[in-house]
Design a protein around this ligand. Sequence first.
Ligand code: NAD
Length: 411
Amino acid sequence: MNPFEHAMLQLNKAADLIKLDYNFIRLLEKPDRTIQLKVPVKMDNGSIKVFDGYRVQYDNTLGPYKGGLRYYQSVDLDEVKALAFWMTIKTAVVDIPMGGGKGGIKVNPKELSFGELERMTRSFARALAPFIGSNVDVPAPDVYTNGEIMAWIVDENTKVKGEEDLGVVTGKPIEKGGSKGRDRATAMGGFYLLQELIEKVFNQDVKTLRVAIQGFGNAGSVMADLLTELGLKIVAVSDSKGGVYSTEGLNLAELKKVKAEKGSVTEMNDVQKISNEELLEVDVDILVPAALENQITEENAANIKARVIVELANGPTNPGADEILNKMGVYVLPDVLANAGGVTVSYFEWQQNQENDYWSEEVVLSRLREKMLAAFEDVWGKSQEYGVSLRTAAFVSALKRITQRIDLSQL
Ligand code: NAD
């Protein structure tokens, strides 16, 4: 099943539950616009390479399209469409006035030099410029993109349009109009929710809880820090090269040093090496997928030991696996809620750019916490009311918010 089919199954499940007018489903089954872009780049050896770029503007009922740009070799239209749809649901779940979009380039950025990465980004930004803007569509970082890349996009967008539009992207470096707290926001949002869920699910001291984290990038590594500070034990982590495991708990400072110096957590000494597949099945209380889609499937779901899964990644659990986990009584904090801290602080950044008034990190995090907890309460309440998973409840909440704003009689 491709990721878009996966996303549509989730949509239909929630829509059936609340007997949503079929016309709304028809509307939400297609994106408003899909944009395919040619991204020509002069490589260091003087040759020209042409990459495929995408931007999907899924739905702007609640506000400008909003969602990240990823640089990854598997990027294609179905993946970007699914991610853009999930953004539409996500912004609605956390109740921010933004719609859903996503984009990216099919590329392995690790094969590019720094200069090639910059030229590719600037070429992409020029191609994107007619379609983005702070009141139209606002991209942000995602897998293998970062603040520096966002700053290049602002710069190129300014050159094309002849005026600076700082809010054209979010996730910018702080000195270039970014928000304090944005770099930690995704994990922070998931962390606030997890604290709530721990209270409801585990009747034990948090210091006895063990955690495995798949993906040690922006989202996964910050979550590892936050959970360690709270006293939980991180026993397994992984990155694209594989994973490491220690029943005693991993030394995070050491792990970060090894990752920074040698490029992968698998270079760590005196720990057991495990594969990414094995990481999902280790004996832990909490599992945090923080890498890519489609990691928990019908094949491995029944082997998962964790009682709580926090989906910092987008789409890590496929629908078949979701059913299995639900029957097993596993609590899945779904991606559209668990990782919504990123887009929430992106929205705060956009707001600060619009008002040219910048908030302290304390203010950002306290507003983030407020948003995340309100969304959690709403979703938890709906899951109890309808007797469904947190994922279906989150979709119900989002669909209600979006469809209330659509006037079918005007179509
Ligand atoms: P990142 O590029 O900082 O990190 C990605 C991590 O995943 C890296 O450690 C990488 O080595 C690892 N990885 C790549 N391929 C892998 C594989 N096949 N198996 C295991 N690990 C693999 O990206 P990120 O920003 O941390 O994003 C991670 C996930 O979180 C993505 O699904 C992204 O869409 C989602 N997300 C991120 C944000 C954000 O603000 N950063 C917001 C919402 C959702």
